[in-house]
Design a protein around this ligand. Structure first.
Ligand SMILES: O=C(O)c1ccccc1N[C@@H]1O[C@H](COP(=O)(O)O)[C@@H](O)[C@H]1O
Length: 208
């Protein structure tokens, strides 16, 4: 039985870090994209990371960042993995000596096999719905656009997932992991412990 990994993204409060790890999250995500309402300062990020226990990964999310921004964050915040959610090329993502994920903003016409091949150095490809403003919009996409030839061990499904749809999503797509932000929130950047628990229960339901 495959245990689908779970990342809870866009945390801004210590109590939400506790809620995510207590519910069984494998990873938490911190947003370093200033236009996002979920963006955290370096100081807040370091406080949140200090609340993360062993064997839970911390992922830093960036959108078309200047190299200096990523280096500054890495100098202050213990990130295990980088997530690039903009229009970055492989070389932009690969220069920080950290495992990295590349988000594909999925819509009809995007060749996901070609996208995957052009980011071969990524640890994983994260599929999100195409939205204006790059992501975190709580919008699903048509999961039938995911080609069967895409290696499921590299696949992280996101985009509008919540406790109501994640069981069906995992059953249909069989990704390695799922990632959620809006679907476990009461407002942007403010998570709900109940929604996080219900979300992870929904994932486990699909795992069987
Ligand atoms: O969370 C954000 O504010 C954000 C900003 C810019 C790019 C991506 C962002 N979040 C990521 O978007 C996907 C989908 O999120 P949602 O569950 O639909 O809200 C997820 O990977 C977030 O980490």
């Amino acid at each position: 039985m495959h245990r689908t990994r779970v990342k809870i993204c866009g945390l801004t409060r210590i109590e939400d870090v506790h809620a995510a790890v207590d519910a069984g999250a494998d990873a938490i995500g911190l947003v370093f994209y200033p236009p996002s309402a979920r963006c955290v300062t370096l100081e807040r990020a370091a406080e949140l990371v200090a609340a993360v226990p062993p064997f839970v990964s911390v992922v830093g999310l960036f959108v078309n960042p200047a190299e200096a921004l990523v280096r500054e964050v890495l100098a202050h915040v213990r990130l295990h993995v980088l997530q690039f959610h903009g229009d970055e090329h492989e070389a932009d993502c690969a220069r920080f000596a950290r495992p990295w994920l590349k988000a594909a903003r999925v819509r009809a016409g995007l060749d996901l096999l070609e996208f995957n091949a052009s980011h071969a150095g990524a640890t994983g490809i994260l599929l999100d719905a195409f939205v204006e403003g790059y992501g975190g919009g709580g919008r699903t996409f048509d999961w039938s656009l995911i080609p069967s030839g895409l290696n499921r061990r590299r696949l992280i499904l996101s985009g509008g997932l919540d406790a109501d749809n994640v069981t069906e999503a995992v059953r249909r797509v069989r990704p390695w992991a799922v990632d959620v932000s809006s679907g476990v929130e009461v407002e942007k950047g403010i998570k709900s412990a109940e929604k996080i628990s219900a979300f992870i229960a929904g994932v486990r339901n699909a795992d069987g």
